[in-house]
Ligand binder design. Sequence first.
Ligand code: GTP
Ligand code: SPV
Ligand code: MN
Length: 598
Amino acid sequence: MKDTVKNEKLNKWIREVADLCTPDDVYICNGSKDEYRLMIDKLIKSGIAIPLTKRPNSFLFRSDPSDVARVEDNTYISTSSREEAGPTNNWIAPGDLKKTMMDLYKGCMRGRTMYVIPFSMGPIGSPISKIGIEISDSPYVVVNMHIMTRVSSRVLELLGTDGDFIPCLHSVGAPLAPGQKDTKWPCAPIEKKYISHFPEENLIWSYGSGYGGNALLGKKCLALRIASAMARREGWMAEHMLILRLTNPEGKQYHIAAAFPSACGKTNLAMMQPSIAGWKCECIGDDIAWMKVGADGRLYAINPENGFFGVAPGTSYSTNPMAMDTLKENVIFTNCALTDDGDVWWEGKDGDEPAHAIDWKGKDWTPESPTDAAHANARFTAPASQCPVICKDWEKPEGVPIDIFIFGGRRTGVVPLVYEAFDWEHGVFLGATAASETTAANIGAVGNLRRDPFAMKPFCGYNMGDYFKHWFDMGDKLGSKAPRVFYVNWFRKSQDGKFLWPGFSDNSRVLKWMCERVDGRVGAHKTPIGLLPNEGDLDLSGLHLSADSMKELMSIDLTAWKAEIPDIEKHFSTFGKRMPERLKKQFQRFIDALGKHV
Ligand code: GTP
Ligand code: SPV
Ligand code: MN
């Protein structure tokens, strides 16, 4: 170990964790293809990874039925005072939380190997990148981290003897007694799961879950919760946003960053292929954006990730063909169904349902079965470089200049297809009041409306009131160079429960309007909620959409909007003194504007 790890802090930490968790052995990862193959071979041998005959170097995993999504109720922002974590986060005092977790960590890796995973969020060596070291007892985590982040021995070289890193400790929380047979997906019961963040010391401790954001600690834990707290201290932004490049028929480029809550369309929009002639879309990132003000005063974004951890159900050649082409090889699938010919399947995939499959729980499944074949939060882990429309500049260390911000969510009613904020201040109000129906990306009820400000409710590593203020501060810094702000809702439904808007590639029509707004080519009309497209300005050519549907999609029911006021009031009141005056002013403006339209 001494030979590979020369960093003092890291050596000390590895020793401490090994002493505490008592693994059978310690393995330092180097990120090589051989290492990946070695891990996978072991996982195949123990029946945990299922090779897919239809997709080279691709494997299916099935999680424990209790461990299928992020666990927001067990996720903590542990700051020295509750006030610093704010009303949107769970909080336990650092001393208490560490004591509880130290007890859980004691001997928790018995019978297992402890993997030390050096990774970089952002290109290795770039000034915007951050180095993390994840210690985990899960080989599934190792192979997923290989795809989702840049795992490499070069990271250790870069650290040198005294470089700094973000320690990310993870255990599935299932020690093995001597001779005890392991389960295929070891994890701890829900009451022993803890996803803990200590933003004041840039530290992550996760225990008890092996799934997604609970376990792949570079993603939500580091790149959003810890990074958002760092970003506020250092004057930049870490957001739950996709990044894309749109090019118009004249060759002009626009860069768009969009924040939608989990399972609300980021991956799909990031890889969208426009249905309108002459427009081109390229993907830069599908989940997280780190943004800094550049020398020219504009806001530049990078994608800190290296892969996609995307929702499988609903992904098909008709909805997201570029994702489908990304998934041809070198992919890890989790909780998808297995077909008899050795491929994966999920609800909404192209073609007919298989006559028989093995469902995500490992049981026989036929179309007559009462349950879904794939879990609603079944996911694929795929290298970003495999996406046919990955932008050639996606790893550019300086990032791309953002022209447009989009907020949105899943709203069956009330919210129109698209509208624009009057200005940055109003844009912050739109972000701060964003609401969406809950999805399977978190353990809990699905379909409940909740406020999810900036799609960051589960991911903001400090008091959300201060986060709102940070957005105003960034606006002040950017001035006239700030991106324009829009709000969208792809999910409005008709009375008979059908989506009114075709979505997917047709979302390009909405993006086109935004670009034309930026260029001052089209006007918009003022309503109490914001600026709406003028009749005829949304390009609907070649789209079979009835005039009635379009009317319903764009309609603003003032009574329904007024009914939002008490809920926004309740939401805002939770921030107390941390609520920026500028946001209160925006709320008052909104109330006044609605009042004038009785
Ligand atoms: P996370 O990875 O959890 O952050 O999710 P995400 O925001 O990337 O969502 P994703 O793009 O994976 O979409 C989630 C689900 O929404 C999928 O089942 C999609 O098929 C569906 N979806 C995405 N875009 C649209 C759209 O424009 N219209 C409709 N009706 N559904 C969509
Ligand atoms: C999300 O839930 O927003 C995801 C999946 O992107 S996870 O990595 O589990 O957070
Ligand atoms: Mn996400």
